[in-house]
Design a protein around this ligand. Structure first.
Ligand code: ZN
Length: 177
């Protein structure tokens, strides 16, 4: 994932969500449009209703004819939760002892039960309970919208609400890249 992205992700257990159902919903609300590769789509016709770009109206290309930097939306089918993070993601703090968790990417990558043990105090914490400061996420279901630079855009409340209600889960977002 080399290009910076706005990534929506399920922040709670989401094994019950079928990848195909997530794709169907995103198509029906027209966040995603035409498929361009496996699990990758052009922006749909209501993209700007669901994603709010901030600041001075930037010139966001949605159509490939507008240039190679057009928006692509990737919704991978993952067998289990994975860590997505950029190089600038800071080490999260252990909720128990407030120390930075060293080698956190390794610990999260190796977790079998969605929890990691703090190397300092040995208290186990669910990865989704760590504050990753919107620079990383650990999830089985992600919606990766790129290129979007950090804090350039946020998902509209309506989009998060629709996802949460449809799938009875809690979506959040981060800037990965
Ligand atoms: Zn600790």
């Amino acid at each position: 994932m080399s290009r910076p992205s706005l990534t929506l992700y399920t922040a709670t257990d989401s094994d019950h969500i079928a990848h195909a159902e997530l794709i169907d919903l995103l198509k029906s609300i027209k966040l995603i449009g035409k498929p361009i590769a496996t699990s990758r789509f052009l922006a749909g016709s209501r993209f700007f209703s669901h994603i709010a770009f901030l600041g001075c109206a930037p010139n966001i290309a949605l159509d490939p004819e507008q240039g190679p930097q057009h928006i692509r939306i990737t919704v991978p089918a993952l067998p289990k939760p994975e860590l997505f993070s950029g190089s600038r993601a800071p080490a999260p703090l252990c909720p128990a002892c407030k120390q930075a968790i060293e080698h956190w990417k390794h610990h999260i990558g190796a977790t079998k039960n969605g929890a990691i043990s703090c190397p300092q105090c040995n208290v186990s914490t669910l990865v989704n309970h760590l504050n990753l400061r919107k620079r990383a996420c650990f999830s089985k279901h992600i919606i990766c919208i790129a290129p979007v630079f950090e804090s350039e855009a946020v998902p509209a409340d309506g989009l998060i609400g629709t996802l949460n209600e449809t799938f009875n889960t809690r979506f959040a977002y981060a800037f990965i890249g």
